[in-house]
Design a protein around this ligand. Structure first.
Ligand code: GLU
Length: 438
């Protein structure tokens, strides 16, 4: 099962031959139990957090272009809202399932808490392959899905955003359908919209930017010079390409990048701006590599995970680092751009081998943080400049990085456990202050 990117319409499902694939929910629950050991939290709170508050399952009928009617299944998992409205993406993907939505919604709860955003966790989607739908069909499907979810979402209840197979246009349709039925324009019902209808500048680049910021901080923490830092990036969609280009701009040598077509490698560092991202030209990384002087193609795209680099950024799909290949990873630091790229078993192997994994819930949290900025702008009816968004994002990321770093140092735990400790500490405190009622 693929768990997928933090925020990308453009990345493809995994063709994952892991002998022991793990569902997002299984990984999320095991990570929760693992981290809970380090924290003096009421076991009742941990038990409550293993279960989502609600999962909405809706039928979404669609009139196809040929006049036939097909009924799709949609979900919205709402994991926990003790700190604020549910927040998280909607994905259109053939592998969407209730279990996957629940697991991903749990990660959103931790992600928002690590970043200290006043949100809980949600995730949803439709079991559909958007590549098999025309633009008109996607629009009708989205509008009907918005109508089915209308009682459960809203700027104060649950705020969806883009995820795999959905994008800014999808969010605009969702917002329009919701607003038309509510009788007023309510931009804050979703984030990740085009700026012209209440989206924010800098939202699209934000997950990749946060990955780059965190990679920079991690490199510095472990004594690497950013200048000449060697980096490999799996996945050249929005997250991977933005992260790679920023790190390249800051002096790192991005020696390898890949997409579903394969991987390219240049020991002197690629010109990342010249490599087409998925949005610019889908799956064109190897095409670029065949023409560019000094650039080699790797035999197998997944070999990128085993390159001898300082920093590896898996930014494509979930479950790519598994018990099968974790022993072959040669990077010193892994920065998770995708959601759930590392299985629980792989995580343990990497930890034993002294490889530092900076978890998704911190590294790619720039997406939901920019979503928070967007929500604030929608509510206040006041727009921010791109510069403002970037400055605020930098400062939020540095403050979250410091919170997690302090736990790493104080408890001698992995970065993932430390991030969970930060998140769980905040959530547990909120639950204890609010109390269990009745
Ligand atoms: N889908 C994104 C994620 O996994 C962002 C969610 C949001 O902005 O609400 O982090």
């Amino acid at each position: 099962m693929s768990t997928g990117t933090a925020d990308s319409a453009e990345n493809r499902p995994a063709t994952n031959d892991d002998a022991d694939p793990e569902s997002a929910l299984a990984t999320a629950r095991r990570q929760l139990e693992h981290a809970a050991v380090h924290l003096d939290v009421d076991p009742g709170v941990i038990e409550r957090l293993k279960h989502p508050t609600t999962v909405h399952r809706v039928a979404v009928p669609l009139e196809r272009d040929d006049g036939s009617v097909e009924v799709f299944t949609g979900y919205r998992a709402q994991h926990d809202d003790v700190r604020g409205p549910y927040k998280g993406g909607l994905r259109f993907h053939p592998e969407v399932s209730e279990e996957e939505c629940v697991g991903l919604s749990m990660w959103m709860t931790w992600k928002c808490a690590v970043m200290d955003l006043p949100f809980g966790g949600g995730k949803g989607g439709i079991v559909a392959d958007p590549k098999r739908l025309s633009d008109g069909e996607r629009e009708r499907l989205t509008r009907r899905f918005a109508e089915e979810l209308r009682p459960f979402v809203g700027p104060k209840k649950d705020i969806p955003a883009p995820d795999m197979g959905t994008d800014a246009q999808t969010m605009a349709w969702f917002m329009d359908a919701y607003s038309m039925q509510e009788g007023e324009t309510i931009p804050g019902v979703v984030t990740g919209k085009p700026p012209v209808v209440g989206g924010t500048e800098g939202r699209e680049e934000a997950p990749g930017r946060s990955v780059a910021i965190v990679a920079r901080e991690a490199a510095d923490y472990y004594g690497y010079d950013l200048d000449g830092l060697t980096v490999a990036v799996q996945g050249y969609g929005s997250v991977g390409a933005n992260a790679a280009r920023l790190l390249d701009d800051w002096g790192a040598d991005v020696v390898s990048v890949s997409d579903t077509g394969g991987a390219v490698y240049d020991p002197d560092g690629l010109d990342t701006h010249a490599v087409p991202s998925f949005a610019e030209e889908p799956n064109a990384v190897t095409e670029f590599g065949s023409d560019a002087p000094g650039v080699d193609l790797l035999d197998d795209g997944s070999d990128i995970l085993e390159l001898d680099v300082d920093v590896l950024v898996p930014a494509a799909v979930g479950n790519v680092l598994t018990a099968d290949n974790a022993t072959d990873v040669r990077a010193d630091v892994v920065v998770e751009g995708a959601n759930g790229p590392t299985t629980f078993a792989a995580d343990e192997i990497l930890a034993e081998r002294g490889i530092h994994v900076i978890p998704d819930i911190l590294a790619n949290a720039g997406g939901v943080t920019a979503s928070y900025f967007e929500w604030l702008q929608d509510i206040n009816r006041r727009t921010w400049t791109l510069e403002q968004v970037r400055t605020e994002l930098e400062s939020e990321m540095l403050s979250a990085w410091d919170d997690v770093r302090r736990e790493v140092e104080a408890r001698d735990v992995t970065w993932r456990d430390a991030a969970y400790v930060v998140a769980l500490g905040r959530i547990a405190e909120a639950k204890s202050v609010r109390g269990l009622w009745p």
